[in-house]
Design a protein around this ligand. Sequence first.
Ligand code: ADP
Ligand code: ZN
Ligand code: ZN
Length: 724
Amino acid sequence: MYAKIIIDQDAKALDRVFEYIIPADMDISVGMRVYVPFGKRVLQGFVVDTSEDCEYDKSKLKKIISKIEDFSAIKPEMLSLMKFMAKKNHLKLASILRLFIPAEMREGKVKELFETHYTCDLKDDITLPKNAKKQFEIIELLKQNGGHASSSQLAEFGYGAIKSLVEKGILIKEKREVKRTPFVLSAESKEVKLNDSQLHAIETICEDKTYLLHGVTGSGKTEVYMHLIERVLSQGKNAIMLVPEISLTPQIMSNFKARFGDLVALLHSGLSAGERFDEWKRIFSGEARIAIGARSAIFAPVENVGVIIIDEEHEQSYISESNPRFDTHDVAEFRARYNRCPLVLGSATPSIESYEKAKQGYYTLVELPVRANGRELPKIQIIDMMNEIRTGNSGIFSNQLLADLTNVINNKKQAMIFINRRGYSSFLRCRDCGYIAKCVDCDVSLVYHREDNRLKCHYCGKQFKVLTQCPVCKSDNIKRGAVGTEQVVDKLKEYFPDVKILRMDNDTTSTKNAHQKILSEFKNTLPCLLVGTQMIAKGHDFENVVLVGIVDADQSLYHADYRSTERTFQLITQVSGRAGRSENEGKVVLQTYSPRHYVYKFASNYDYKGFFRKEENIRQTAGFPPFTRIIRILFSDHDENYVRELLKMCYTEIEQLKNIYGDNIIYLDAMKSPIKRIQDKYRYQIMMRLKLEKADEIEEKVFNIVDSISKTSVFFEINPQNLS
Ligand code: ADP
Ligand code: ZN
Ligand code: ZN
């Protein structure tokens, strides 16, 4: 027998299938990992096929050395997925396969954790010498424990006593695997009576289709997810649920643990290596039937999938921006169709792309239009910060926000103060008239680059000198950036010295379980203020939060990205959704320097559909996705001359495509990347914008051109989120 094997190495030259002989006494099945000889080395590989015959010269084939594990770590579905992703995302096979198993398994660093376990038959008459006090105590403990104990439970009695009981045959010693389970805050499982919209949603979502579940914040989407999963479990099938960020998982996890117990397994990067490995194994063996986690959980080895849920589907974190680059939506779609089950995309603010798909009939739209508690969404009050400045208040907080905060504190309630960090300090703004520096050709904000003190357009690469005077009002009060969380906390302390103020951002959450600690302290403190970044915007459900303050909403608006208005709308809606979720009425104070921007009108009325229509229109006119496709091809290497040479060769060939495709290629140019060098590698790029009709065809030709020319890795990005 012969095996087709993909070598677990990153080199482009190895990115294909190699054949090996399966030794007669070796039992090899598809999906197993093996050691194989390769040149003079021994490398790891994945078996992707086996056959009676081989394609290459038999006499030249080598034998598989041994198996790494005794089981097929890669299931058949995942092998199909590998092929799909290789074509769709133009990725190396090995880099895809690695996504399917815990990194710890590849490096062989983590193994199952075993502990010695002791049992004794309590029915037996146990006679012990009178002076063996410790041995008596051990038997006493085992009696209380139903005849079992682990070595750690018995450690205090000393090894001598244990050993003597084992030697007498009273204790039976064995090795048992212990599972390392991630810490989860406990929650009570509450039974709620579903409302009509929820019932309708659950009834509708049952076919082999993609559903867009558009539910306002607090509409009870989680409850819908849980019922869908319950149904799937009762049908003997399993489920995958994705949530965008770890900071979100504690709450979701505790709700799911309360409802489904050990059937839930958690997968995310915040786990220790051992925990991640054990959770993966619990899913792999079928012991856990619901995989919950961030993006990478879409690769969980769940078999017989009955539903896939992507919560907060609009979140950027579902797109992998480092290698291998892929969009979780595509993978989820593939797995749902493979398993013939529903895919549910849930959000209060669906991405423009997804809503457009629903509009065109590719997705089925399901709506939860009201809050589950029957209350109105919190009122959003827009504060014009230019006006505050004009009337002598140049501080971080408007008078309105300070008054409302005082109120919250007097009533012993809670407030969240949200600092928008997206696009943080990257754009230039005139503090007197609100003017923002934008690219004349692309109509996106220019990004300030500290390294060369220039303003750059991330779409066309044009560079500009940093402005010192406003071209509109001639003021020289042109400033970059906004305030940080720390600064906001310090200021708040001055106003409210006796109030507990918590901070949640990248700095305060770098340690394990830090999120949970901050959130549970917040939950249990009245009154209390929580200051935070995007982390506090989503998913949290605190009943005492009655006020949300948005310090500088514009930060995300002028990010150099065609999605920046959409992101701003999403952020405002999400963060506003944290207020007034229970009996208490909620309110939002939104501070902006551009109060007349259309995003604020739609966001403050919770008018998603109005916003969608406006945004759809703008994208269509300006030629941005989802009505066009943007491709970025990123070349990077230590040798600058080589990258430039490569870029030139590829560009010359790609340019020829214009002769065939004409104005289907809306834009094509080659340039330095906005960030010229990362980790000592020079970065150059080709940017293209394509009409949709011929986009697939052109994309494939471009892939092939670059592939045939380049010997090193080149990264392809479709509609990239971040163009640095
Ligand atoms: P979403 O995810 O849509 O923002 P959640 O699922 O977090 O909303 O639900 C918001 C709150 O409403 C939760 O506290 C939840 O327990 C509660 N809830 C959900 N469904 C119902 C219902 N049918 N009746 C009463 N409360 C509900
Ligand atoms: Zn100005
Ligand atoms: Zn431009």
